[in-house]
Design a protein around this ligand. Sequence first.
Ligand SMILES: [Zn+2]
Length: 403
Amino acid sequence: MIRLLLSAAERLATSTPNTTREDQTRMRRNWTIGRLLGIPIDIDLSWIAMAVLLTAALATGFMERLFPLLDTRWKWSMAAVLCVLLFISILLHEVAHCWVAQKEQMQVDGISLFVFGGVAKLSSEPRSPVSEMKMAVAGPLMSLGVAGVAAALSWSLGLFTFLGEADEIFRYLARLNFFLAAFNLLPGFPLDGGRIFRALLWWSTNDLLTATRIASSAGQAFGLGLVALGCYLAVRSPATGLVQGFWFVLIGWFLGGAARLSMEQTVAYKLFARVPVCDIMNRAVEVIPSTVSVQEAVDGYFLRRPRPFFPVVDGSELKGMITLHRVRKLPREKWCEMCVSEAVESLPNREWVAADENGLVALKQLMGNGTTRLVVVRDGEVVGSLERADIRNYVHVRNILKV
Ligand SMILES: [Zn+2]
């Protein structure tokens, strides 16, 4: 349905620093169910809840109306099949976006299905307005294609009268896919229609940032409009419009937030592509000298700051890291006599970044693999650290100063 720039985009906007446990809890809300075109497909807990509700609504409403004489078990089974077909429809829509994104040399992190539909997670901005346009239209085109196939199947099944109302199921699927295409073409960024709008603005202004700013404002206004419409529907006739109004408010709220988030991401991308890590990093980095004992490391570092690891240095030269996991495995009676240098492990690539590297590389590292703090290294020496909070603070200060 919408495409977000970063796989863990919401973490930058909402996370508190060093929330390893929080990240783990969040990860447990998602299940990877497989891969398509090499892209991992995640299902969010909210989608499963939605699927159960939808199946129940279809079984007791649509199927009941269509096949009043059919056994209840059959009605529920057919409702579940229709729900799976809807799931496949949304998936195909997102896969179409991702397929074009891959063709346009963009990195696709995955597809997530959640309560409002699907999100294709991309790690970079499109290279040109034409790329953006191609990607934006791919999803709705796929949905229209699926709607066409479903309509054709419905028409064919309608020829066999002994199948009763079976053609209605495919007619329903065709309508759903048509709705999926039409809704996504609404001009509320980051919906596909809003993306098309941004591509046109980008093409005419030749400036991605200006185009994103305008499209994002329009997207936020669109979200607010949906919220207002939802409130109006709920107030006008509470008996029939309350549930419908509630959904409009929820979707409007979500789209408004997504529009603002997409704007922040684009600004961050443009900004960090030209800022070196050493300009954003925190220079007061905590390191453990390799000569101290494990007991001293526990008392003086791990117990004071609950971090999963600390860099270990010899002078200022980086020797590796000591992890909480490693310390836990050491016999406690050896903690006093054992030196940290004896328990040191090499620092994995994902945990450190070079001081002269551009900020975008560090940002992707922090967003992509659950790392909460990067060690910044220059010529083999530890010179600082970088957390999401440092990045947020940097953006915040620049926003205040308007520089
Ligand atoms: Zn889409």
